[in-house]
Design a protein around this ligand. Structure first.
Ligand SMILES: C[S@@+](CC[C@H](N)C(=O)[O-])C[C@H]1O[C@@H](n2cnc3c(N)ncnc32)[C@H](O)[C@@H]1O
Length: 248
């Protein structure tokens, strides 16, 4: 199962994800009567935007706190399930699958795409965006530099992290192997200057780093990374866009 997130802080600081989601939702091109899977719903901010465009949403997330936050934030008729997407199981099929800022947290994309394929009705579309090849490379280099210094080195040095920043070619191949057709995948630069800088870094980009540190070093590490970045802190996001269809 994925790590647990600080859902309350994520809900407050996730303006960048909300902004990025708009174009992805537009590409989903819904009529309004569909049932749609939100794969990795987080605290539910983007799920609410999806809900404005379709009849029903089934939201899934692997973090217990995110699921609790989303259940509290969303209307009661939205089904919010606590599941790892690599083991996704629904009791019904969906007309479309949507995902924003999630797939780079999922280690096995072959499993992931196979599971999403399995819950889509024939003819159903997957439209998603996540971090892709090159995502936050500059920022991670700074986080590594700071992590290689004492007192952080014993916890962070030589740690590779959990991210799966896939490239468009491998992703297209995995989608086709899962059975999808009409596959399109491409990268786009999307630099972001986050509001609430340190809260954002601690909750999103450095969440896994911080999990490895003892409590008393966590704030110190986040501040040290933020201060070592060029100011204002700009995250060199590179997004991997995904479109694919389950054959009718
Ligand atoms: C950056 S948040 C994005 C949330 C939401 N889609 C948004 O755009 O605000 C990433 C989410 O992916 C979820 N996640 C990561 N790996 C997962 C997995 N293997 N299965 C289910 N959810 C996962 C996390 O729990 C987290 O809520």
């Amino acid at each position: 199962m994925t790590r647990d997130w600080d859902a309350t802080t994520y809900d407050r600081v996730s303006g960048p994800q909300v902004e990025m989601a708009r174009a992805v939702l537009d590409r989903l091109d819904l009529r309004g009567d569909e049932t749609v899977l939100d794969a990795g719903c987080g605290s539910g901010r983007v799920t609410r935007m999806l809900l404005e465009r379709c009849a029903r949403v089934i939201a899934v997330d692997g973090s217990e706190s995110m699921v609790e936050e989303a259940r509290a934030a969303l209307p009661a008729d939205v089904t919010v399930l606590h599941q790892d997407l690599q083991e996704l199981h629904l009791d019904e099929s969906v007309d479309a699958a949507f995902s924003n800022a999630v797939f780079h947290w999922v280690p096995d994309h072959a499993l992931l795409f196979g599971r999403i394929f399995g819950v889509l009705r024939p003819g159903g579309r997957l439209v998603a965006q996540c971090g892709g090849k090159g995502n936050v490379e500059r920022f991670h280099a700074v986080a590594r530099e700071v992590g290689a210094q004492p007192p952080f080195a014993q916890y962070l040095e030589a740690w590779e992290g959990p991210w799966n920043f896939a490239d468009p070619e491998d992703t297209a191949m995995r989608l086709e192997e899962a059975g999808f057709t009409h596959v399109e995948t491409w990268l786009a630069d999307r630099p972001v200057v986050p509001e609430f800088t340190e809260d954002y870094l601690r909750t999103v980009c450095l969440g896994n780093h911080v999990d490895r540190l003892p409590e008393e070093l966590r704030d110190e590490y986040v501040t040290a990374v933020a201060e070592r970045c060029a100011q204002p802190v700009e995250l060199d996001y590179v997004r991997l866009n995904i479109e694919a269809t389950r054959p009718a």
